[in-house]
Design a protein around this ligand. Structure first.
Ligand code: ATP
Length: 852
């Protein structure tokens, strides 16, 4: 199989391009795109909006034509704003789907490349391994124990064996390779595949509902009812007091339009989608939108070691054989061809012999590549030593067995070579190779081997042992009664950024946990280096886990931070135990067997580089760089997004409450209407749209990772938010009414008093929006220019207000009067007094806290 991979050159890039033109992309067209027109028209699909449009059209026919046109313009502008928000969301979701698309390993120009599966064309040579989803319909060229899950096509959940020599040698798009490997040639792509004929693709991201969005939609419905009742009361009270019934009706409807936070779920989606693209910039690809919310609640991050906490750049540092540990940097090591054979015959690396650099020319798992690099100086040596090897059987490596073996024909003999986790190999050895002699593997030899393993692993070396067997009569014996040869120890240094990320987690009340298939000592040494653990009591092995009942594990799990020599099934137990302890667990996984644990976790995370398609599909998030620090960044981003959602909910609801109360209070106290319908609609347009969206992209609070994670399912209004909304909404309403009354008190005419009320209502909201940026800091402490969108949005709103106050044509339409300086003082006083007092109160409180 290795030889054949080397022989196959694959298509040239030019040929692939020509074929792409002929056959098109390898995708299944789902025809489900939402058109822009549809999104736009949906903005009008609201009962209240229809009532308003109806009412204005009638009024247009009756008398106030200018009013009617302006109201219609405002409604359309609102719809345009809503459209922009939703269209953007739709586009980013589409882009996400593309990114989440599977990849394929293909040979082109003689080189092995990873490409997006949609770039495959008929004739391409693809390499398929366990956990891969077959990217197109293919014909097997050569294979090794390949078993495929075709349940997607046949409904039959039993794996199907495939073989290149068999009639049954076709692989179908969308099916999953359960075990083994194959080299296959693509025969059909896109809609020409079996899958294309069924034309039925899993549709993930779009169908995912965000619980928060659902809750808000529900809240929205309740608010609609409350608003309609209040608006009806205002309307009826006005009519009873003898005001024009039609005008009062229009006012009531306008108030309902302004007060109902119809855009709330849409803005939440925008905030989540924007958050998703921000996370993408930090290398975390979200596959399921609700994960963005859950990320902020994460209290445990269970992470793989190799490649996630470490660099996955392995270098062999020490080799043990003949009872001695040789240090590769310092010593001249005696030849040991048997160990060389075990580590390099039993090895799945592919080679690009055109490369003139050994490092670049070896393609394979870092562990295996490190072994090749330790034993050869250049690719010519590799060719000479491995070119003629006749492998007849291979049992691939997997994380459960933690070993692999090959059967090789050497002359007339069949010999097996095995490598794997030292304990697993030792268990299968009956003999030991010492200075070219095969001796019985006695207890004292075993002791010396285990001692060497201890020494090497304590130095954080990842250890792999090699063994062999001569004259294997049957392949079922190839891993039995082996001859132990030696151990290779390789370093895989922790990533530089991990220590800081771990510290950040701890400060944020999140516990980082290491889960690894590696040796206990190696895991402990790395865990200590990155500060995940302090002493050895925190380390537990898979074997020790097996001895614990589920109950005992749940009771004691908080004592452990490192789980070593575990298999994927242990991972599932670990997730479940942490979840029982009311934790919100994020769990990483790469191999196909990790999928159940990844699925079980609150946030399942798969690896973008090393992960299999099955695990990626089970996950809520993909780490594009396989890096632990990226998980922490995503958690941070998740917290930022959730906080931003709280910010604009606080803003929108308190402002809308302020608007409703303005009208309600004045009708309660038998005042004239402080605002006209068209003015109410203006307030809605000027304050609801842009500033709220700008809050959705507010940069993170400095102390966002100083707080403990919030509870899952915690109400968005918790931690005092509802009180803040109600109190501030009431005060905005009261201040607006006061400024209207002040106008009357100073004998201003009705239009001027209304202009005072209108300006106060707008300005108090535009000041309040800055307060909403932080729940713990006052306006004086917030850096104004860190959110330029908000400054811009507020600038636009103020400009709009000034336009309707000072442009004569607009004055006529909005029934406003130009305000003088003293009148502006009244506006500024009533719109800022509450924010000023509140901020001063917080500021003094914070200064005292910091001073202490
Ligand atoms: P993590 O779960 O953090 O990724 P890991 O990569 O160390 O941990 P595994 O890949 O399951 O976990 O490896 C477990 C052990 O199996 C290693 O410590 C090593 O001894 C052995 N091993 C790893 N890769 C190979 C391989 N390609 N061939 C043979 N043995 C291997």
């Amino acid at each position: 199989m290795v030889n054949e991979t080397k022989l196959l050159e694959g298509l040239t890039e030019e040929d692939a391009r020509i074929r792409m033109e002929r056959y098109g992309l390898n995708i299944l067209s789902n025809g489900k795109k939402v058109s822009a027109i549809k999104i736009f028209l949906e903005q009008f699909n609201d009962f209240i909006i229809w009532v308003l449009i109806g009412a204005t059209i009638i009024s247009g026919f009756m008398n106030e034509r200018a009013d009617a046109i302006t109201i219609l313009i405002i409604v359309v502008m609102n719809a345009v704003l809503g459209f922009i928000q939703e269209y953007k969301t739709e586009k980013s979701l589409e882009a996400l789907k593309k990114l989440a698309a599977p990849t394929a390993k293909v040979k082109r120009n003689g080189k092995l490349k990873v490409v997006s599966a949609e770039e495959l064309v008929p004739g391409d040579i693809v390499i398929l391994e366990s956990g891969d989803r077959v990217p197109a319909d293919c014909e097997i060229i050569s294979s090794n124990n390949i078993l495929v899950d075709e349940s997607l096509l046949t409904g039959e959940s039993v794996g199907v064996e495939k073989d290149s020599e068999d009639k049954n040698n076709n692989l179908y798009m969308g099916t999953i390779v359960l075990t083994g490997k194959a080299i296959a040639k693509v025969i059909c792509t896109g809609m020409n595949t079996e899958m294309g004929r069924i034309a039925n693709m899993l549709d993930d991201i779009e169908n995912e509902k965000s619980p928060l969005k659902e809750k808000l939609a529900h809240l929205g419905k309740i608010l609609v009812v409350i608003c309609i009742v209040v608006c009806a009361v205002v309307t009826i009270m006005g009519i009873l007091r003898g005001q024009n019934a039609y005008e009062m009706f229009l006012l009531g409807v306008s108030l309902a339009v302004a007060a109902i936070p119809e855009g709330l779920p849409a803005i939440v989606t925008v905030a989540l989608a924007l958050g998703v693209s921000k996370m993408l910039k930090r290398n975390a690809l979200i596959r399921k939108l609700p994960a963005v919310e859950t990320l902020g609640c994460t209290s445990i991050i269970c992470s793989d070691k190799t490649g996630t906490l470490t660099e996955n750049k392995m270098t062999v540092k020490a080799i043990f054989f003949n009872g001695k540990i040789y240090n590769l940097d310092e010593e001249n090591i005696p030849e040991n061809t048997m160990l060389k054979k075990a580590f390099t015959y039993c090895n799945d690396c592919n080679f690009n012999f055109r490369s003139d650099n050994l490092k670049e020319g070896v393609l394979g798992s870092p562990t295996e590549a490190a072994l090749i690099q330790a034993y050869f100086r250049n690719l010519d040596d590799v060719k000479k030593f491995l070119g003629a090897v006749d492998k007849v059987e291979e049992i691939p490596f997997n994380s459960d067995r933690k070993m692999m073996s090959v059967l090789v024909k050497e002359g007339a003999k069949y010999n097996s070579y095995v490598k794997g986790a030292p304990e697993r190999i030792i268990d299968r050895c009956k003999y030991i190779w010492i200075n070219g002699e095969v001796r019985l593997f006695t207890e004292s030899y075993k002791k010396s081997v285990l001692k060497a393993l201890d020494d090497m692993s304590y130095k954080a070396l990842r250890c792999v042992a090699g063994a062999y067997k001569e004259k294997v009569s049957n392949k079922i014996h190839m891993e039995k009664e082996l001859i132990f040869i030696g151990i290779a120890g390789m370093i895989d240094p922790p990533r530089k950024e991990i220590k800081d990320a771990v510290l950040k987690c701890k400060i944020a009340g999140i516990k980082p946990i290491m889960i690894t298939g590696d040796h206990k000592n190696t895991a402990y040494a790395i865990g200590k280096q990155v500060d995940i653990c302090k002493n050895k009591d925190e380390v537990i092995t898979g074997k020790e886990l097996d001895d614990l009942s589920d109950k005992d594990l749940e009771k004691n799990i908080e004592n452990y931070t490192v789980f070593a020599r575990v298999t994927p099934k242990h991972k599932l137990r670990i997730v479940k135990a942490f979840k029982k302890g009311a934790h919100i667990v994020a769990m990483t996984g790469d191999g196909v067997n990790d999928a159940p644990a990844v699925k079980e976790a609150d946030i399942g995370i798969s690896m973008g580089i090393s992960g299999t398609d099955v695990t990626k599909e089970a996950s809520a998030m993909i780490l594009l760089d396989d890096n632990f620090a990226t998980i922490v960044a995503a958690v941070e981003e998740g917290r930022v997004i959730y906080n931003n959602i709280r910010k604009f909910i606080r803003y929108l609801l308190s402002c809308n409450l302020g608007e409703v109360l303005t009208m309600f209070l004045s009708s309660l106290f038998y005042l004239e209407n402080p605002l006209l319908p068209i003015q109410i609609l203006f307030v809605n347009l000027a304050t609801d749209g842009l500033p709220a969206i700008a809050l959705g992209v507010d940069p993170k609070d400095e102390d966002i990772m100083l707080e403990r994670p919030r509870r899952k399912g915690e109400s968005i209004f918790s931690r005092g938010l509802s009180e803040k909304i109600i109190i501030r909404g009431a005060l905005i309403g009261i201040c607006t009414v006061f400024s209207f009354v002040a106008g009357k008190y100073y004998n201003m005419n009705l239009d001027t008093s209304r202009t005072l009320a209108l300006s106060t209502l707008v300005m108090s909201q535009l000041i309040h929006v800055f307060e909403c940026r932080s729940e713990n800091h006052s306006i004086f402490e917030i850096k104004l220019f860190t959110n330029l969108y908000l400054v811009g949005a507020v600038g636009i709103s103020i400009a709009m207000l000034l336009c309707i106050l000072y442009i004569p044509f607009l004055q006529n339409i909005f029934h406003t009067m130009p305000l003088s300086l003293p009148q502006w003082l009244i506006v500024v006083f009533f719109s800022s007094i509450i924010s000023f007092i509140n901020s001063l109160y917080i500021f003094i409180g914070n200064s005292k806290k910091n001073g202490r």
